[in-house]
Design a protein around this ligand. Structure first.
Ligand code: ZN
Length: 270
């Protein structure tokens, strides 16, 4: 480290004499960095940056993280020491730099993924997946994973997930959802709103107007089936909103000849 400056200012004849501290101060600086949690020892020889260390470097302006700046300061201080530089002009430069760094730091900066809350299993941080399809626990061995979209629950937004992690339950128009400590992690519990009895004829007519032919097993104490996959989800959500009844989904519905489809239990019908 004491030679750091020589790599940065190779053309400067004095550069070899200017470095970042001395071997004596180096140990102290490294201990301070470890002490503050910005780096850690791996075995006896290696020191690696911690997440906090990496993030600190990300947050700090490039100028402050460059050894070149310290080298430049050391050089100017040496010039002040030898009487060739005016200390006031050095301090004026420091003041200007400090003021510009502070004003740029006032801009809000978010780094890395933001934790949505604590994992119900291991209390680790829960993050939104990079491609935005799921929510996962930071601890890979934990296995906590919630899909944003799944057949048995409505779309869970990051705000919903934060609420679920904090409160354990979430009310949506289709019902109340509970966060479990084991797969599938989210469970539909009960309709949070009093269901409105569904008029079968009215619902069938509505679906036909959308080009969908439902299959009703209500008369034989079965469910009312609506063939289709996620492409008809907006229609299912409309039905949820109108009647406050939950709709389930099956990829392989027997009633529909093993096609995918949504179902509303017969008990919800007039
Ligand atoms: Zn976990």
């Amino acid at each position: 480290m004491e030679h750091a400056g020589s790599k940065i200012l190779p053309e400067d004849p004095e550069a070899t004499e200017i470095g970042l501290g001395t071997p004596a101060t180096r140990a102290e600086i490294i201990e301070k960095i470890i002490d503050r949690g910005y780096a850690k020892r791996i075995g006896k020889k290696a020191i690696i940056p911690t997440d906090a260390g990496i993030r600190l470097i990300e947050v700090l302006p490039e100028k402050l993280t460059s050894p070149a700046m310290t080298v430049e300061w050391e050089k100017q201080l040496a010039e002040i020491g030898s009487g060739t530089k005016n200390p006031d002009s050095f301090m004026c430069g420091i003041r200007q730099l400090t003021s510009s760094i502070v004003s740029s730091a006032a801009v809000p900066y978010t780094f890395g993924p933001v934790a949505l809350g604590k994992c119900p299993i291991c209390n680790g941080n829960v993050y939104e997946g990079k491609v935005g399809k799921n929510y996962y626990c930071q601890n890979k061995t934990c296995g906590f994973n919630v899909w944003k979209k799944a057949a048995f629950h409505p779309t869970i937004s990051p705000e919903d997930m934060t609420f679920l992690l904090k409160n354990g339950t979430l009310k949506k128009p289709s019902g109340e959802y509970t966060l479990l400590k084991e797969a599938p992690y989210i469970q539909f519990e009960k309709a949070a709103f009093t269901p409105v009895k569904v008029d079968e004829a009215e619902l069938s007519a509505y679906l036909r107007s959308k080009g969908i032919t439902p299959v009703s097993k209500v008369a034989s104490h079965g469910s009312f089936w609506i063939p289709g996959g996620f492409e008809i989800k907006p229609i299912i959500q409309e039905i949820n909103k109108k009647y406050h009844v939950p709709a389930g989904f099956s990829k392989d519905a027997k009633a529909l000849g093993h096609r995918p489809g949504w179902f509303i239990k017969g008990g919800y019908f007039i």
